[in-house]
Design a binder for this molecule. Structure first.
Ligand SMILES: Cc1cc2nc3c(=O)[nH]c(=O)nc-3n(C[C@H](O)[C@H](O)[C@H](O)COP(=O)(O)O)c2cc1C
Length: 530
């Protein structure tokens, strides 16, 4: 007799079927929110009825206009002072209408629902009063605990989040038990500002860092749009969100990416294991002239492997190698091909990527490592040229897709380089899943708080194992790099698409993934004999 858990694994292992229904919670941080409580419930019901993107746009146009009319009816049309308008609005509780950033949440939740997720919505204004008190904290905590992934939407205020979103972050950070329970859940962000370059990206990056530091895993918007920081929309006056078609698409892309990643992660629930060792790649991109960083990371790897022999750490010492600059080619990589075939235009024999391209593709998880010593003049760094050279890997339909990535910094307390922020910013563009940065601080030649580095490293390993298994248990998506903003590349992409060559390349990658999955997962524990 086959056990129930083996049966469910068998189901998951038949590609594409048995996908779990992740729960995705959308949290709207607008001061102009329309939907509260029952209005949130009606919002999700309405979203679930919308069949396609065109109907979604029509719905958002209608709902944001309703919210604009609410403001007019509350006194704006008669020229009443805004505080009176605001008070009049506060007295009402609506079941219709959407503010701009609330419409962004709606777009993302619609996409998550279409991806098979269960969706729910909360207006943060329900919980965070202007006097600083938190209403019904248990209800909010329960909703956060019940979700597999959360999407946080904020209006941009001064290039950053609004106070309601800040309230949410403080709420999570101040409750140790809640923080423990939400650790490892997926996070994606949306930001709506009145202007292009109004601070949508800064808002999203700061939010992402805070969420990572609180233990969440972070993803950006998906490969169908730009695979960057999340939803970035432009809308100033109430009622204008749906006019920004591209912003709307980035919100849809974020909802889809959060749902897809949460569902993939949930595939691991039955405790399947890798048949072989977990392969962690550590890219060392900056060091001191005397190689203190390299020695530190080597010792760290030795200790880690001694504690857990199922892990293999491969250190790539790029600092002591040649890393040529990117040439910013119009068409990158040079041609379509197999992921293992090196296709960057730089071909000098001593170049790091020429030498290590194939090995780099065997990572299950990646640590981007650097040493920031106190004395910057004694630093050797290939950080920037290394990151720019990874462009051909991103543009090769995201070869690092879904790998867990974390910055790993050894930093003098006075170095103040903030490299971990730049690493998060650049690596999310590889369609990866981001983990809390690991930071080892040193002062006067001594490490401060070794225990937190051990704890964070072990967490990274555990999550890498879980996500590696889940990655192999899922049917690989048809991920493709879309050259948004590049006309020459776009023309080449259209040509390859029309000829069917792009489809073939993606199909080959999916087939390779399937073969690799059969080799990498433990047959004893997956029921993969079918
Ligand atoms: C206090 C305040 C600060 C703002 N700061 C910015 C800003 O830095 N950049 C920007 O693009 N828009 C800024 N805005 C505009 C809002 O982000 C924009 O109107 C947004 O659509 C509000 O979303 P909502 O309708 O969901 O509340 C600001 C608005 C307010 C009230």
């Amino acid at each position: 007799m086959e056990s129930a858990s083996k049966k469910s694994l068998r189901r998951a292992y038949v590609w594409g079927r048995g996908m779990p229904n992740a729960s995705i919670l959308g949290l709207s941080g607008s001061l102009r929110n329309a939907r509260f409580r029952i209005g949130s419930r009606s919002l999700t019901i309405e979203l679930e009825r919308i069949e396609n993107e065109k109907a979604l746009t029509d719905y958002l146009v209608e709902q944001t206009k309703i919210r604009a009319n609410d403001f007019l009816e509350a006194g704006l049309s008669t020229g009443a002072p805004f505080d009176d308008v605001y008070r009049a609005l506060q007295k009402k509780r609506f079941e219709r209408g959407l503010s701009n950033s609330e419409a962004a949440t709606a777009a993302a939740l619609w996409a998550a629902h279409h991806y098979g997720a269960k969706i729910s919505h909360i207006a943060l204004a329900e919980h965070f009063a202007s006097n600083g008190s938190v209403r019904e904290p248990q209800r909010l905590a329960a909703a956060l605990r019940a979700a597999d992934g959360i999407i946080v939407s904020s209006p941009v205020y001064f290039g950053d989040r609004g106070s309601l979103v800040q309230g949410l972050f403080e709420f999570i950070a101040s409750d140790a038990s809640l923080k423990r329970d939400v650790a490892g859940k997926l996070y994606g962000g949306l930001a709506v500002g009145a202007k292009r370059n109004g601070g949508q990206e800064t808002t999203l990056i700061y939010q992402m860092l805070d969420m990572l530091n609180m233990g969440f895993l972070a993803v950006g918007n998906g490969h169908e749009t730009t695979a960057q920081y999340g939803g970035t929309a432009k809308a100033g006056d109430v009622g204008t969100f749906a006019a920004d078609q591209y912003g709307l698409e980035t919100c849809i892309g974020t909802g889809r990416r959060v749902a897809r990643t949460a569902q993939m992660k949930a595939l691991d629930r039955d405790g399947v294991a890798l048949a072989d060792k977990l392969s962690i790649h550590l890219w060392l991109l900056q060091d001191s002239e005397d190689g203190r960083g390299l020695r530190y990371f080597q010792d760290w790897a030795k200790d880690l492997v001694a504690r857990d022999p199922t892990v293999n750490v491969r250190i790539f010492d790029a600092v002591n190698d040649e890393v040529a600059r990117c040439l910013a080619c119009e068409v990158c990589p040079t041609k379509l091909g197999h992921a293992r075939t090196y296709r960057c235009i730089v071909t000098s024999a001593d170049d790091f990527f020429v030498k290590h391209h194939v090995e780099m593709l065997d990572a299950d998880a990646i640590l981007i490592a650097a040493y920031s010593p106190e004395d910057g003049s004694r630093t050797k760094s290939v950080y920037q040229q290394f990151v720019e050279r990874t462009r051909y890997l991103r543009r090769d339909n995201y070869v690092f897709e879904d790998l867990l990535v974390a910055p790993f910094i050894l930093s003098h307390v006075e170095a103040r380089q903030n490299l971990h922020i730049r690493m998060v910013t650049s690596m999310v563009r590889h369609h990866t899943i981001l983990n809390r940065p690991i930071i080892a601080f040193e002062s006067e030649g001594k490490l401060i708080d070794r225990a937190s580095v051990v704890r964070d490293s072990e967490l990274f390993v555990a999550r890498s194992k879980q996500l590696s298994v889940a990655r192999y248990l899922q049917h690989k998506a048809e991920t493709e790099y879309r050259p948004i903003g590049y006309e020459i590349s776009a023309a080449k992409w259209r040509e390859e698409y029309a000829s069917g060559r792009m489809g073939q390349a993606i199909g080959r990658r999916q087939a390779d993934h399937q073969l690799l999955a059969k080799a990498r997962l433990d047959p004893e524990r997956t029921g993969s004999e079918q």
